[in-house]
Unconditional design. Sequence first.
Length: 147
Amino acid sequence: MRKKKKMIIILATIFSMFIVYNLFWYAWMNVKYSNYTGELNEFIPNRSYVLSQNAYLYNVKFPDYLSLVGNLAVSTEDNKYALIIWPSFIGDNKYGVQITDENKQTYSIIINRDLSVIDEAHKNLIEQNKEQIETLFIKAKDMWGEI
C-alpha cells in the first residue's frame, strides 16, 4: 500500500510541475511576444504576424509549444537582406542576418548588436553590407522599440 501511495504522490507532483510549466510558458509567451504584434497582421492564428510597409517586411513568430524561442524579423521586400532577432528570456537578445549575394547565395550569420561577427569567416561580408544591416536595425527599432 505504501508503494502505491508513494507512486501516486510522485505522479501527482510531476503532473503538477508540468501544469505549472505550461501556465508559466503560456503567460510568458503572451506577455513577451504580444507586445511586438501591435501593428502587424495575423498570418497564422496566435503564432505568426506580418506587415509589409515601405519596402520592408516585418514578422513576429511566437515560440512553439513549450519553447521559449520565437523571433522577430525585418527584411527588404526583395529578400536580399534580413535581420532576425531572438528575444531572450534571460540576458541579451541574439541577432542574425541573412544576406543574399548577386549569385543568389544566401549567407546566414550570427552577429552581435554592434555588428561584430561570431564567426570571423564572415567579417568581410558584414563590413561590405554594414549600411544595409544598420538600416534593418533602425527599422526594427522603429517597429518594436529598443531591441
